[in-house]
Design a protein around this ligand. Structure first.
Ligand SMILES: C[S@@+](CC[C@H](N)C(=O)[O-])C[C@H]1O[C@@H](n2cnc3c(N)ncnc32)[C@H](O)[C@@H]1O
Length: 261
């Protein structure tokens, strides 16, 4: 990727207090930020990593957002999976270039964006979302922040009733009752494939694990959570930040095996 910014891209304007404002570059447009304005034409075709001044003479650092910076700012009406969990999911669910992945519970599409990036153009992502309005949000976010993706299919359907893909490498469930998909997910996965569920409460974890164990077609079942503690590093003040996101959810993982083995 080149450093020069192009029209249509999203950028962050970072102020002196490290507050980041997500904006989109469009030719001829004026961006409003903290009461002042910045001309898009002064940013397009010029490198990210520069400081620009708004009409109020306030300096802003111009950067493309990383996925971790983008996700908390995604337009949304449903909870997204936080970057700390998405990082863990990509490695523990072993999402690799070329993988065939199904996710259920697309919501605003935060995980979808990470999956599309991880599977690459050779891979394939199918997302289920039961609510049309949330599916529309996922569509808009993927188009805006990933771009057109020929290898992405969004199905507006209840995954517990309609998930019907076959020979899938990975299935990721981010919905309230993952245990309602235990059998369907098993039918969809290839042998050796991996199922991951993400739920916020321990009762949901227990139901999920009990259901996977009782099924007989899953092995290597494990549950974990990620705690991420940011640090404040300024002069001699080097310490954990006073605030952190203490709880998001639990990951449960399982591998599909031949039933009963
Ligand atoms: C927490 S949100 C998903 C967030 C998303 N994974 C992200 O990272 O942006 C859960 C979503 O699951 C959807 N959902 C719940 N039950 C479902 C089902 N049975 N089939 C498909 N989608 C479902 C809800 O409508 C909601 O949008």
């Amino acid at each position: 990727m080149k450093s020069e910014l192009v029209a249509g891209e999203s950028i962050l304007l970072v102020d002196r207090k490290q507050r980041a404002y997500l904006r989109r570059l469009e030719r001829g447009r004026r961006l409003s930020v903290r009461g002042g304005t910045i001309l898009c034409d002064d940013l397009i075709d010029r490198a990210e990593g520069r400081v620009v001044r708004s009409s109020l003479n306030e300096p802003f650092l111009v950067l493309r957002p990383t996925l971790a910076q983008l996700i908390p700012q995604l337009p949304r009406r449903a909870q997204v999976i936080y970057p700390k969990d998405i990082g863990l999911i990509l490695v523990w669910a072993d999402i690799y270039p070329g993988a065939r992945v199904v996710e259920a519970g697309a919501g605003p599409g935060a995980l979808t964006l990470a999956l599309l990036r991880a599977v690459g153009p050779e891979g394939e992502v199918v997302s289920y979302e039961v609510r049309e309005d949330f599916a529309e949000m996922a569509r808009a976010n993927v188009e805006r922040f990933h771009g057109k993706a020929a290898n992405w299919k969004l199905k507006v359907a209840d995954a517990a009733l309609h998930l019907d893909e076959r020979e899938v490498d990975r299935i990721l469930l981010d919905l309230p009752e993952p245990w309602s998909l235990t059998e369907r997910a098993w039918q969809s996965l290839r042998s050796g494939g991996l199922l991951l569920s993400f739920v916020p409460t321990v009762l949901q974890v227990k139901n999920t694990v009990d259901s996977l164990r009782a099924h007989g077609g899953y092995a290597c079942i494990e549950t974990l959570e990620a705690l991420l503690r940011p640090w404040h590093v300024q002069g001699l003040s080097v310490r954990p930040e006073h605030r952190m996101v203490a709880h998001t959810g639990f990951l449960t993982l399982a591998r599909k095996i031949q039933r009963g083995e």
